[in-house]
Design a protein around this ligand. Sequence first.
Ligand code: USQ
Length: 381
Amino acid sequence: MRVIVFGGDGFCGWPTSLRLAANGHKILIADNLSRRGIDNELSSGSLTEIASIKDRIESAKKHIGDVDFVNIDVAKNPQGVQGLISNFKPDAIVQFAEQRAAPYSMIGDDERRYTVDNNISGTHNICSAIVAVDPNIHLVHLGTMGVYGYSKDFGDIPEGYLDVTINSTNANKSILYPANPGSIYHLTKCLDQLVFQFYNKNWNLKVTDLHQGIVWGVETEHTKLSPMLVNRFDYDGIYGTVLNRFISQAANDVPLSVYGEGGQSRAFIHISDTAKCVELAVTNTDFDTSRVRIFNQVSEVRSVLELATIIKDQYGAEIQFIKNPRKELPHNDLKVSNAGLKSLGFNPITLDNALVEDVRYIAESSKDKFNQSNVLSSPKW
Ligand code: USQ
């Protein structure tokens, strides 16, 4: 298949692009390298040494397959997006090109507006360009589990839609799950859902929205093939996700930063599974397009304290309980369906000592880049 991957230079987009190319698809990465720019803005960066995009692409062509790159700002250049789609003629488009950190989106006015303007305009520009050029193109979007909130208000979390009975008529309906974002970033993913719902209703746009949990891990079988292909690894209080942070803290003899009492339960997924799931969504095109297809892209649910305890027991790290900088439920139960992707063959990788050790090895070997002042850098909200 021919696939454009918007945001293909990022933490999830890069290994996914490599996996698709390795499996014979023709890939065009479209990215404005904004994530690299934010590294400079925040004076924090990947623990791993990531190659320039030029070196990445050269190496991907040599070791992996058919991968090209174009530098484009999807939010600010709608004509360019349309031209790209007209020229490349993709069968599918994968949309990762959104600002993806909840803490970043809550720093202040500039970051709130950037996150909304970038994420909503970018995703809308792609939808609009698809219907202008070829409404048969399948759009696969990286959403988040955070659109549901993390409460048990409606029981176990289904895949996108909630079955309800209307009091006044007794009619049964399946409605988009009530959005309950916890940050401006999560709010943009909730708004994306309405954009998809409307484009699907009006133009029958074929959309798969992947509500992904928290990603952990760094490398995949493909990023390991050359130092030029290595994936980024964030550990700071803004872009680092919780388990990767704990592993890098343990490797650097820093106490594990549990926010609150660690009673927050979240869904997790390994980075290799991110790439596999997106591939499953891209290649399984035969589905009912009368509504947006929504999958929960998650492997398992764990609480923050449970994760910290695993790392503490394995590496002798200390746990430090820190006043939670976020407004979120201090404790929650969570049960999530991932039946959709499983029905397509997804066989989740769950937390495994060998994989944790892989990440720890990377964190250990890049100790010179670990900057302790970046650990507790989260804004408060
Ligand atoms: N947490 C700690 N200590 C830390 C960092 C985080 O206790 O040092 C806690 C947070 O309070 C939160 C949980 O760990 O309860 C998860 O935080 P996180 O920073 O790992 O993840 P989050 O902000 O939710 O965002 C990440 C990704 C985002 C994705 C989301 C999936 O950055 O792109 O959409 O995970 S989910 O959380 O399932 O909505």
